[in-house]
Ligand binder design. Structure first.
Ligand SMILES: [Zn+2]
Length: 376
């Protein structure tokens, strides 16, 4: 139910208010970092919009308003929705390219949301009448990856979706969307969650408090990502601890070996990751793991820059103060800033799928180039 969405009262309130006064925009952008409930909210919102006899329920999220509309859970629409087979509900994501009938398209790696996917799975399908409910719903995941061609194709549909359809774009980077796309949608902001809420949630699932706190900080308040990282096997937290330990002792002669270790550390959790996120391709997951490893390095060097004035408790890597201290001593603040810049460049290489096997080697050799490394 919408009212049960974890810690997104404001966003949910915006939606239910629109519903209650019967003025529901046909195109929404749900904006915010990954893993804070955008997709879950979009699902519950879709279920309500498709429901054939919506009910009124006490809304625990906003008791001052008393009641909020909710899906009934019993009608044919709700029942179909619950078993994931509602004919009027469509989830659009970049990996759909692989389901395309054209073999040449299937071979392509889905890095962005290509126009073929938007045409075949959204623009063409929106023309068909709904078959079970009064309207149709299209949720587009990773809308920040819609390329210009895809967005231009979408414009007309966003402006006036036929057949009482609703379109929800889930987006982590609003800047990636064209002004013409944004102006046709109502934007609902989803904020990051408080550290304490995430720690409470994870420790209830038997995650160690120290680990929970680290993931809450690293992910910047993304409960979904923190939850995912804590569930990976082999332990991703174990990998992060070894990573900082190795980096704090790393010498330039070890760069190639260390890069190999980083490559295997990023592919190790992919099997368990795939079990948790079924519809994502293995290469995409390895890329995500690499990005996560680089974000750990960014957090470590950011900590190293501020350890002298902020103290260990405020750091993301509060759990490895010795390693951060060693990094701070070996690399001065300027080198730390330079390495953080290199890390961002590495993320861009990973996103663009450039030299996938060599990205870490490139990063480490460049780190070693910071001559400021004092051999102790
Ligand atoms: Zn219903």
């Amino acid at each position: 139910m919408l009212s049960e969405i974890f810690c997104q009262t404001k966003a949910v309130d915006t939606l239910t208010r629109a519903y209650d006064c019967g003025r529901i925009p046909h195109a929404y952008i749900f904006e915010g970092i990954d893993g804070i409930g955008k997709y879950t909210t979009a699902l519950m919102w879709s279920k309500l919009l498709l429901c054939k006899s919506p009910a009124k329920n006490i809304a625990p999220s906003s008791p001052q308003r008393g009641f909020a509309a909710t899906s009934c859970g019993k009608c044919p629409s709700c029942l179909a929705f619950e078993v994931d087979s509602h004919p009027d509900f469509h989830h659009i994501y970049k990996e759909l390219l692989k389901l395309n009938s054209d073999a040449n398209k299937r071979k392509r790696q889905a890095l962005d949301l290509p126009v073929d996917v938007i045409r075949d799975f959204l623009v063409d399908k929106v023309q068909l009448k709904p078959s079970l409910s009064e309207s149709k719903i299209f949720i587009v995941s990773e809308a920040e990856k819609l390329n210009t061609e895809s967005q231009n194709l979408l414009l007309k549909t966003l402006e006036e979706p036929p057949n009482k359809s609703f379109i929800i774009l889930l987006c982590t980077k609003l800047d990636n969307l064209l002004p013409t796309t944004k102006s046709r949608c109502q934007i609902v902001h989803f904020g990051p969650l408080d550290e304490e809420k995430i720690i409470e949630y994870l420790t209830e699932k038997d995650v160690n408090k120290q680990e929970a706190k680290f993931w809450a900080r690293l992910t910047g308040g993304s409960i979904g990502q923190a939850d995912l990282f804590s569930k990976l096997a082999p332990s991703f937290y174990g990998i992060k601890k070894e990573l900082l330990d190795r980096f704090s002792k790393f010498q330039s002669a070890d760069a190639v070996d260390f890069a190999q270790w980083l490559n295997s550390a990023s592919s190790a959790p992919s099997e368990s990751w795939q079990k948790l996120k079924g519809d994502t391709s293995k290469s995409d997951l390895t890329r995500q793991a690499k990005r996560a490893i680089v974000s750990i390095l960014i957090s470590a060097f950011t900590d190293a820059m501020k350890i002298s004035f902020a103290g260990a408790e405020k750091m993301t890597n509060f759990d490895q103060p010795q390693q951060i201290k060693r990094l701070a001593e070996r690399f001065g603040p300027e080198a730390c800033a330079g390495i953080i810049e290199l890390c961002y460049e590495t993320v861009r290489f990973i996103d663009a799928s450039v030299n996938e096997k060599l990205v870490f080697e490139h990063l480490l050799l460049n780190c070693a180039d910071y001559d400021i490394i004092k051999i102790s």
